[in-house]
Design a binder for this molecule. Structure first.
Ligand code: HEM
Length: 561
């Protein structure tokens, strides 16, 4: 048998560099987060390759000190060259070099909580389509909404992968990437928000709204309105999702749950941008403790609710299929996962929307007065949800607040699967295996979609032509200046994966605003600078609000129940 000829020094080094490039190609193709593959390929392989270099070093350790850094340098160089090269499928799209190089850039930007502003500036600088990550595009273009989010749109992106531990085999609805599985899991949610189901939630919401107003009136001024609204939204969602179990308005956040929910968001958005790292970290109990603690709490509540019966048909009733209408009943794991999602998706978002609207009304006394007049005209019908759905100024004000400050500021990511061959997004081509999203905050403030005064709070823009021209003749005098493109209004996203709780959110927002406006007067507390609302607000996928110091007084002409 012929003896193996040792590689020359150059051949050995060439083998190390070649292997590093091969590893890059492997990861590009298979995109795996599995430590069982990642560790052998990135640590095991260079250590094994070291044997080729032993003849040219004093010891194995000395050879490893050359080979391992060489392997890593070659791997990183290969990644950098590819991402910046004209052969990269997204090479034609403009974007900052740091975004094109690594997803870590966005991850670190997101930690500052101003990602929505960052995307707006990027679109102002680079145009409608910006490469915001090595494999990710942001589309500020109304023609892109349908192809990305609509009925034949793209599946969800990997954003959620980094926020959910791998051990959780059953994912919450919002994180399901497979379209068929998503449709199956979405069915009980659809049943939970039919007109009949919603009617069943009205009494509960009304009770909690009145508790909020009573509590506000019982406080000493100034009151932090944002915190009270958050507690209200959490109590409502607990009632609806788990048949009760939260009394934050009565007892404060004594178990620290709101704190857990909020403090977990910063690490969650970071992990969303680098899902492979999130997956790795989430394996260890030391990381993302807040997120895990909140999930554990929600699971306990779900299991408790499962053992009890609720006096009313809550969301859990439908998720559990307690009516027995589903052909395949949901599993316990699915129900607990979605029950927790209801709290997370339903409380933070709705509380932001209501707090933003209160803020805008206090900052715009004319709009406040117009809404107050409409509310007062409703008389005894004010607390009827059907009447509220038809109140023009109320709904205009709600939509205008959702337009300027959507609670999910940048919308939800989608990804085109490998093997699909790419897809036209409006007039732009999205190659397969790349992600895309429509930045809600930016597209909703784009003057090409909403004009005039696209950055101003102007509920009148949502009214029919005659009404808006009568109320604001100077602003709306020229009908040619008026643009109102509802395709670009996306606070709840659109398409089959849009917000499942949209109708409930509107019910809550209308009920809360009618009761608040009817029963009390709100004013910014002395010394509060309204600009701070925007400064303090953080975009951690959901919005983290700052404080809203407010003076609350009872209205003498109250129409309260
Ligand atoms: C103003 C309040 C709300 C806003 C602005 C909002 C917005 C959104 C957005 C943007 C999404 C992402 C959709 C996508 O991936 O395309 C979403 C998903 C979702 N929301 Fe809401 N939401 C609100 C309130 C609620 C409420 C009250 C519930 C009730 C439980 C809820 C339940 C859900 C669920 C279950 C999903 C996942 C839908 C899916 O993946 O199929 N949301 N929401």
């Amino acid at each position: 048998m012929e003896a193996l000829v040792p590689l020359s020094q150059n051949e050995a080094l060439f083998a190390v560099v070649g292997s590093a490039i091969a590893v890059h190609i492997f990861f590009k193709k298979h995109e795996t987060y599995e430590p069982i593959l990642v560790l052998p390929l990135t640590v095991g392989l260079p250590l094994a390759l070291t044997t080729f270099c032993i003849p040219y070093a004093a010891s194995y350790v000395q050879a490893a000190l050359i080979v391992v850094p060489l392997f890593w340098t070659a791997l990183l160089t290969s990644i950098v060259i590819y991402r910046l090269s004209p052969w990269h499928p997204l090479a034609r799209y403009p974007g900052p070099i740091l975004c094109r190089l690594s997803q870590f850039h966005l991850a670190f930007i997101s930690l500052k909580g101003k990602q929505h502003i960052y995307f707006k500036k990027l679109h102002e600088q680079y145009g409608d389509v910006v490469r915001v990550g090595p494999n990710e595009l942001s589309f500020c273009d109304a023609n892109a909404v349908g192809p990305i989010l609509g009925n034949t749109g793209l599946p969800k992106g990997a954003f959620w992968d980094g926020r959910i531990p791998e051990a959780e085999v059953v994912k919450p609805l919002i994180a399901i990437r497979d379209k068929t599985e998503h449709t199956r899991r979405r069915r009980p949610w659809t049943r939970a928000f039919t007109t009949v189901a919603l009617k069943g939630y009205e009494e509960l919401v009304t009770k909690r709204v009145n508790q909020l107003v009573d509590s506000l009136l019982a406080q000493q001024n100034p009151v932090d309105l944002a915190t009270w609204i958050s507690y209200f939204a959490y109590d409502v969602m607990s009632d609806l999702a788990f048949g009760g179990g939260s009394e934050m308005m009565a007892e404060g956040d004594k178990s620290g749950l709101w704190h857990l929910l909020e403090s977990g968001q910063r690490s969650a958005i970071f992990m969303g941008h680098v899902p492979w790292l999130g997956r790795l970290f989430l394996r260890y109990p030391q990381f993302a403790g807040d997120l895990k603690a909140f999930r554990a709490h929600a699971r306990t509540r779900a299991l408790l609710r499962k053992q009890q019966t609720s006096p009313h048909k809550d969301i859990f009733h439908h998720l559990m299929d307690e009516d027995g209408v589903a052909t395949t009943p949901p599993t316990t794991a699915e129900v607990t996962s979605d029950g927790s999602l209801a709290i997370i998706a339903g409380s933070d978002t709705t509380s932001s929307a209501i707090a933003h609207l209160c803020y805008f009304l206090m900052a715009h006394p004319t709009a406040y007065k117009r809404l107050q007049e409409e509310v007062d005209e409703m008389g005894d019908n004010l607390y009827d949800a059907t009447t509220q759905a038809r109140m023009p100024y109320l709904n205009a004000a709600i939509n205008e607040a959702l337009r300027l400050l959507p609670p999910i500021l940048n919308g939800s990511q989608r990804k085109l699967e490998v093997g699909s061959g790419g897809r036209m997004i409006g007039s732009h081509f999205l190659p397969e295996d790349n992600s895309a999203f429509v930045p809600t905050y930016t597209i909703q403030r784009d003057p090409r979609n909403f004009s005039p005064l696209s950055d101003s709070f102007l509920p009148e823009r949502w009214l029919p032509a005659e009404q808006r021209e009568a109320l604001e003749p100077k602003i709306f005098s020229n009908p040619n200046d008026y643009i109102h493109n509802l395709t670009a209004f996306l606070p709840f996203s659109v398409g089959p994966e849009n917000c499942a709780g949209k109708n409930l959110a509107y019910l809550e927002m209308r009920m809360a605003m009618c009761t608040i406006i009817s029963r009390l007067d709100m004013k910014f507390a002395d010394g509060y600078d309204p600009k701070d609302w925007f400064v303090d607000m953080m975009d951690f996928f959901v919005t983290k609000k700052g404080v809203l110091p407010t003076n609350i007084t009872p209205r003498t002409s109250s129409k309260a129940l």
